[in-house]
Design a protein around this ligand. Structure first.
Ligand SMILES: [Zn+2]
Ligand SMILES: [Zn+2]
Length: 188
């Protein structure tokens, strides 16, 4: 994902556009969500020579895949990502407000689009992806998806969970808790 811009020369105002489909590089994402390695990214970019370098602007359309952080439902949508970055000529003096290490450079007439695109994509991803804002998630006891089962609740406490809840007690206590209703009321 690199573009040779030698043809633009160094005359400010010279510009051209690029429309291309490229395979997504690795690591275009975060833990639960991202752009799958090798999937199709559509680039619509403009390269414009300015005094100190080449200004790259436009959009990338990326397929986003992941899963809901609450209920694990698969999430899939296409995302438009805005790209705007000035790449300085190799010999350009560094100036402006930016720190030198934040300034991107054209190297041997080639612009490396990957880090810029990665930043733009990762920034556009939700920090905590959800299938819906009001996703209720999973039942903490049995893992059922709550929105698929309205009113879902557990009448009877499974003995295995009762045992976990009463870890401080003895096995005999837990047996007692299971067999007498009054003990359960005390616990809740
Ligand atoms: Zn969900
Ligand atoms: Zn449940």
């Amino acid at each position: 994902m690199a573009e040779n811009v030698k043809d633009l020369g160094r005359s400010p105002g010279t510009m051209r556009t690029m429309h291309e489909h490229v395979p997504a590089p690795k690591d275009f994402g975060v833990a639960l969500i991202g752009v799958p390695d090798g999937s199709d990214i559509e680039l619509d970019l403009r390269f414009e020579a300015v005094h100190e370098g080449i200004l790259v602007s436009g959009t990338a359309v990326v397929p986003v895949r992941g899963e809901c952080g609450r209920c694990l439902t698969p999430i899939a949508y296409d995302q438009d990502v805005d790209v705007q970055e000035l790449f300085y000529y190799e010999d350009a003096e560094s100036f402006g407000e930016e720190e030198e290490e934040e300034q991107r450079r054209i190297e041997r007439d080639v612009i490396d689009l990957e880090p810029v695109l990665r930043d733009a994509v990762v920034t556009s991803l939700p920090f905590q992806p959800v299938c819906r804002e009001d996703c209720e998630g999973l039942c903490p006891e049995c893992g059922v998806r709550l929105e698929e089962d309205p009113g879902h609740h557990h009448e009877v406490v499974d003995p295995r969970w009762a045992a976990l809840a009463g870890l401080t007690g003895t096995a005999a206590d837990n047996e007692a808790a299971k067999s007498t209703e009054s003990d359960e009321r005390e616990e809740s």
